[in-house]
Design a protein around this ligand. Structure first.
Ligand code: DO4
Ligand code: MG
Length: 270
């Protein structure tokens, strides 16, 4: 089952497997019920006309998008090298408690084919391709989407207390194109990042969720430990791909992130 969200003349509208759901359907509603009922709810809803309007990010304006970090060895190594505080990354990689931070609020997220941004006050910027969990109000995994945790490496590297500025700014979070409501093989999902510059492939690498240090369930449990999400939440699960140190995104680049069968493409601007 696949959910997508579209911009229609009557406002944002969700679709299931390419056909519109009744207009009152919301993701809030779906994430407010246990996973066991979610599938039967969707199966019981009448499908309407084909969903051909432009895509919106698969998240509603008030949903919170959280992120976890240093969940793959390569992320730990890259951050240890760029930072004067390498110890912190090493410790969090091995610690029981994961790193979790608030990445975006739903209305700030951009979707498939929209524009992501790099900061004007940064000279070293990268996309971070991540599997993004869609969690219900009990922190159960309902599905996943693809995400780009666009980040400034020089700002984070200068001082880890600058992390919110390196990570949270307009156009720094892209999600989409839609939500896959399958959770069976999440520990074996291929993730691929391709970056095109002047129409040519400038960078390409693949990873797999099997290389992740932590379990998705553990990340979701920590997020919901002392924080309630009555309408669910989204959780980016960290990057397993870091471009070489001499690479930085430039305005005009195009990023293409594949997470399993989902592909999220975005233009880059400043
Ligand atoms: O520790 C900083 C953030 C790490 C991160 O975003 C990642 O590993 O994906
Ligand atoms: Mg990240």
């Amino acid at each position: 089952m696949y959910l997508s969200r579209h911009r229609t003349d009557g406002g944002a509208r969700w679709a299931l497997d390419g056909h519109y759901l009744p207009a009152p359907f919301t993701l809030d509603l779906l994430l407010g019920i246990p996973t066991g009922y979610a599938r039967s709810l969707l199966e019981s809803l009448p499908l309407q006309e084909a969903a051909s309007d432009p895509l919106l990010p698969p998240v509603e304006p008030t949903h919170e998008v959280w992120a976890s970090g240093v969940t793959y060895l390569i992320s730990r190594e890259a951050r240890r090298a760029e930072s004067g505080e390498g110890d912190a990354y090493e410790k969090v990689y091995d610690a029981k408690r994961p790193e979790l931070f608030l990445k975006a609020i739903g209305w700030r997220v951009v979707g498939h084919k929209a524009t992501v941004r790099i900061r004007k006050d940064s000279h070293w910027n990268v996309p971070e391709p991540e599997l993004v969990l869609v969690l219900n109000n009990r922190m159960e995994i309902v599905g996943y989407t693809a995400g780009n945790d666009v980040s400034s490496r020089d700002i984070e590297g200068e001082n880890s207390l600058y992390l919110p500025q390196a990570k949270i700014y307009d156009g720094s979070c892209a999600l989409g194109p839609g939500i896959t409501l399958e959770t069976d093989h999440l520990r074996d999902v291929e993730i691929r990042l391709a970056i095109y510059r002047n129409g040519e492939l400038a960078f390409e690498k693949e990873s797999n969720t099997s290389q992740m240090k932590r379990s998705f369930e553990d990340l979701a449990t920590y997020l919901g430990k002392e924080l309630s999400f009555p309408a669910g939440a989204l959780l980016m699960t960290g990057t397993g791909i870091v471009p070489d140190d001499d690479f930085t995104l430039k305005p005009g680049d195009r990023t293409e992130i594949s997470v399993g069968e989902l592909t999220l493409a975005n233009e880059v601007s400043q």
